[in-house]
Write a protein that binds this ligand. Structure first.
Ligand code: NAP
Ligand code: MG
Length: 406
């Protein structure tokens, strides 16, 4: 059988530890036998980031903007202990942070659903994807303790520091307290909105957005207004064509509706809401090893860039076991779905139906493997399949079992 050809390269960002080992296995066993892989390879392993003064991370992000699609392996974000472990020249920044800053994107996280690993919310039948705004609000705040008897004011100055607007926050005459100042920018909110609208069109699912605009009549309301304006001017027609909906409600109403829903939509969240809700959704769907993540940049000249990865880290504890010659049972599903997501998108963008179809097959074979009862340890523990119908396999064998079904 001849291998599937690719017209445009996919940007390949290799990584660290257990996920680096899984990366190679996925390529060797699942992809290279079927696809004449055209990839522009960047080694984001910590050793090479150190050797290149982290230039490789910047280069890989720029290549993603150029080619439009990347697949990333999990990478170590160095801390003090890693400084000595890898004899680093500097405590290099988080690669994901660097890539996100260059792509200016929004991160979407979605669980992979398989029979036998049931969500803790019984009504959830389809994935719920969280799109989290990754700039501002509480994450860029200034805050202070306020002694009793003081007053706090919010003042806006023009560029020459002449006050143009002010309001009393609180008179602390009655006792001490605290204040906090937060901000966001129209540009960042608009990027966030466009990334969510684009992603909804990509996966053809409804988009929900929620804030507390009844209470925060200026701040949160501004998010709602920017979303509304962009939707009406740029997306209303496209959404109707695609048969999907944009739906706005209050955040507390959204939470209640999410719990009662079947899933199958994207939930756009402000920064704090996204932080909290993505952990809630991830935990309720089962395992970190089953959570995918894609970074979507706002469209430039009508085109977004997409970077696919697993939501988990490099699974260090398993790697140390592996290095001591012990057997591991690390779940490779999220990393396989990062590859299939990237190849599917590459196929779509290039009009390469064969490549997109292969990516679909890879996902189906992965899910079929688990549903047939063959799974890694993390899933074995929570699978509702009866004993005797499920079997725990090691890292390598799990991937080989998928290869057999491909
Ligand atoms: P982690 O790698 O996500 O692993 C935490 C624990 O979750 C593991 O020890 C394991 O639990 C379980 N787990 C995660 N993924 C799994 C999988 N695929 N299969 C089975 N179990 C899985 O997080 P971490 O240990 O906090 O971080 C390790 C390194 O990853 C750090 O250097 C961090 O900087 C980096 N990191 C990178 C990214 C990224 O590149 N996107 C994200 C997060 C963290 P058990 O040990 O109980 O089996
Ligand atoms: Mg969190």
């Amino acid at each position: 059988m001849s291998k599937i050809k690719m017209a445009t390269p996919i940007v390949e960002m290799d990584g660290d530890e257990m996920t680096r080992i899984i990366w190679q296995l996925i390529k060797d066993e699942l992809i290279l036998p079927h696809v004449e892989l055209k990839s522009e390879y960047y080694d984001l392993g910590l050793e090479n980031r150190n050797a290149t003064d982290d230039q490789v991370t910047v280069d890989s992000a720029k290549a993603t903007l150029k080619h439009g699609v990347a697949v990333k392996c999990a990478t170590i974000t160095p801390n003090a202990q890693r400084m000595s472990e890898y004899e680093l020249k500097e405590m290099w920044k988080s690669p994901n942070g660097t890539i996100r800053a260059i792509l200016d994107g929004t991160v979407f996280r979605a669980p992979i659903i398989v029979k036998g690993v049931e969500p803790l919310v019984p009504g959830w039948k389809k994935p719920i994807t969280i799109g989290r705004h990754a700039y501002g609000d509480m994450y860029r705040n200034v805050e202070m303790k306020v002694p009793a008897g003081s007053k706090a004011e919010l003042i806006i100055f023009d560029k020459d520091w002449n006050p143009t607007d002010k309001a009393v926050i609180h008179d602390f005459g009655g006792g001490a307290g605290i204040v906090q100042g937060i901000h966001n920018t129209d540009e960042s909110i608009a990027s966030f909105a466009r990334a969510c609208f684009e992603y909804a069109l990509t996966i053809k699912q409804d988009l929900w957005f929620a804030t507390k605009d009844t209470i925060s009549k200026t701040y949160d309301h501004h998010f709602k207004d920017i979303y509304d304006e962009i939707y009406v001017n740029e997306y209303d027609f496209k959404f109707k064509q695609a048969g999907i909906e944009y739906f706005y409600t209050l955040i507390d109403d959204a939470v209640a509706r999410v719990m009662r829903s079947e899933g199958g939509f994207i939930w756009a969240c402000k920064n704090y809401d996204g932080d909290v809700m993505s952990d809630m959704v991830a935990a309720a769907f089962g395992s970190l090893g089953m959570m995918t993540s894609v970074l979507v940049s706002p469209p430039k000249d009508g085109k977004s860039a997409y970077e696919y990865e697993a939501a988990h880290g490099t699974v260090t504890r398993h790697y140390y076991k592996h290095m001591q010659g012990e057997e591991t049972s690390t779940n490779s599903v999220a990393t396989i779905f990062a590859w299939s997501g990237g190849l599917k998108k590459r196929g779509e963008l290039d009009g390469n139906a064969e490549l997109a179809a292969f990516a679909e097959k890879l996902e189906k074979a992965t899910i079929a493997t688990i549903e047939s009862g063959v799974m890694t340890g993390d899933l074995y523990c929570i699978s509702t399949l009866p004993e005797g119908q499920k079997r725990e396999v090691n890292t390598q064998d799990f991937i080989r079992e998928i290869a057999k079904r491909l």
